[in-house]
Design a protein around this ligand. Structure first.
Ligand SMILES: [Zn+2]
Length: 63
């Protein structure tokens, strides 16, 4: 199964990148069972979407 990052939509290499797995409630069945959606995101240091973001992740500047 390919893991995709919810922040940058890029693939995550579980062997070489840091990431976290999240669980979101999708909906509840009439029986009362809760259906979960699993999601993954790169941690801030690994995610290209956060390289230039203000207020999140590590800040990097071009030389
Ligand atoms: Zn990412």
């Amino acid at each position: 199964m390919t893991l995709l990052c919810e922040r940058c939509y890029g693939p995550i290499d579980p062997a070489g990148e840091d990431y976290v797995r999240l669980a979101h409630i999708s909906h509840a069945e009439p029986s009362g069972d809760v259906v979960w959606n699993d999601a993954t995101v790169h941690t801030a240091q690994s995610c290209p979407a956060l390289v230039h973001a203000d207020g999140a992740g590590r800040h990097r500047r071009a030389a």
